[in-house]
Design a protein around this ligand. Structure first.
Ligand code: PMV
Length: 330
C-alpha cells in the first residue's frame, strides 16, 4: 500500500535527566536498564515535517537546510521503517528538520529530534497514536526521546518490554526550578551515547552498582519533588549523574566526556553552595554542564559563572511543553 498525503509537522523540546538513563537491557527495542526522570526544557526545540510521497524512490532527509549526513539519515530511515510497518505502507518520505539544539554536543538533540519525528511521521502515515504510544515509538529512535513527548517533569518507566517501557508526566507540585546550560564545547562528541553505553554495559565493573542504586535515587527524587525540596533534588541529581560518569571511567577502554572547563563549572556550583545558594549540576554525554537552581537564583549563578568561566555561552531554561503535532499547511 502507498500513501501520498499532505504530511504533518511536529515540534518537540529537549530534555535533561535528573535521574539518568545509561545502558540498555535490550538494544533492539531500546529497553533501558533503569527508569529515569527528566525535565523537558523550554529551549532547544526541533521542528520536523514529514510527507510520504509516491514520487520519491528513497527517503530524503534534510537537517537545517542541508542533506543530513548518511549515517544519521540511515537512522531516520530505519525509524521510518517502524512507522511504515505499523501503518502498512511502503512509501518513501520527505523529512525536513530544523534543530535549535547544537547537534551532538550532549544537549540531547536526539531526544527532541526523535520525539518530533515520531509525532510527524506517525501522523503523516495516518496513524493516530496516543501520547503513551508516541512515547514508546520515540523510544525506538533514541531512548531519551520517549521523555520529550511530555512537558515538564517526566518519568520513563524502564519496563520489561516494548509494551511497558514508556514515559509519563510527573506532577511537579510546588517545585519551581531553572536549568542553566553552560556550553563548554558545542562540537560533536567523540563517543556517541549509544557507543558509550554499550561499552560501559559490556566492560565496566562500576555499572552494576550504579544500576542497583538507581531505583533508590529515583524513589528519593520522587519524594524530593513531591516535597518541593530543591536542595534534595539537586543533591540526588548530582550524585546520580556523577555515578553515571564514574561508570565510564571503569570501562575498557575508559572514556570521559569531561573537559577542564566542565570541572571549572562544577567548582562554581560547589562554591555557590558554600555561600548558601541552593544549586547542583548534572552532565550528559558531553562536556556541557547543566546547573539546577531556583529561578530566583539565576542571576546569582550567572554572575558567578561570569567570573569563573568568562565567555562560556549560557542558556537559561525552565520547564517546557510536550510534543505538539499539526497538519502541514505548507
Ligand atoms: O537517548 P540517548 O540514546 O541519546 O541517551 C541519552 C543518555 C543521557 O543523555 C546521557 C542520559 C539521559 O537520561 O538523558
Amino acid at each position: 500500500m502507498s500513501r501520498t498525503g499532505r504530511g504533518a509537522v511536529a515540534t518537540a523540546h529537549s530534555n535533561i535527566a535528573l535521574i539518568k538513563y545509561w545502558g540498555k537491557r535490550d538494544a533492539r527495542l531500546a529497553i533501558p536498564s533503569t527508569s529515569s526522570l527528566s525535565l523537558t526544557l523550554d529551549v532547544f526545540p526541533t521542528t520536523t515535517r514529514v510527507a510520504f510521497d509516491d514520487a520519491l524512490e528513497t527517503d530524503t532527509v534534510q537537517l537545517d537546510g542541508a542533506p543530513m549526513p548518511p549515517r544519521a539519515a540511515a537512522r531516520v530511515s530505519d525509524f521510518l521503517d517502524l512507522v511504515r510497518e505499523r501503518a502498512g505502507i511502503t512509501t518513501a518520505a520527505r523529512v525536513v528538520t530544523e534543530n535549535a539544539v547544537p547537534t551532538g554536543a550532549g544537549l540531547a538533540s536526539s531526544a527532541s529530534g526523535f520525539a518530533a519525528l515520531a509525532g510527524a511521521a506517525s501522523t503523516a502515515a495516518g496513524l493516530d497514536l496516543d501520547t503513551r504510544e508516541l512515547s514508546r515509538l520515540a523510544r525506538r529512535g533514541s531512548g531519551s526521546a520517549s521523555r520529550s513527548v511530555f512537558g515538564g517533569l517526566v518519568q520513563w518507566n524502564a519496563g520489561t518490554g516494548d509494551a511497558d517501557s514508556y514515559a509519563e508526566p510527573v506532577p511537579s507540585g510546588d517545585l519551581s526550578l531553572a536549568m542553566i546550560v553552560v556550553v563548554v564545547n558545542a562540537a560533536e562528541k567523540a563517543v556517541s551515547s549509544r557507543d558509550g553505553m554499550r561499552r560501559t554495559v559490556e566492560t565496566s565493573p562500576f555499572y552494576e552498582p550504579w544500576v542497583s542504586r538507581s531505583a533508590d535515587d529515583l524513589a528519593q527524587m520522587r519524594r524530593a519533588i513531591a516535597d518541593a525540596d530543591l536542595a534534595s533534588v539537586c543533591e540526588i541529581a548530582e550524585s546520580n549523574a556523577m555515578g553515571m560518569h564514574g561508570t565510564m571511567l571503569g570501562a575498557r577502554p575508559p572514556f570521559s566526556y569531561w573537559e577542564p572547563a566542565s570541572l571549572a563549572v562544577m567548582g562554581v556550583v560547589r562554591a555557590l553552595r558554600d555561600r548558601g545558594v541552593v544549586c547542583g549540576f548534572t552532565m550528559d554525554a558531553g562536556p556541557n554542564v547543566k546547573i539546577i537552581c531556583s529561578p530566583s537564583d539565576v542571576a546569582t549563578v550567572t554572575a558567578a559563572l561570569d567570573d569563573a568561566v568568562p565567555g562560556a555561552e549560557r542558556i537559561v531554561a525552565g520547564p517546557g511543553p510536550g510534543l505538539l503535532i499539526r497538519e502541514d499547511a505548507s
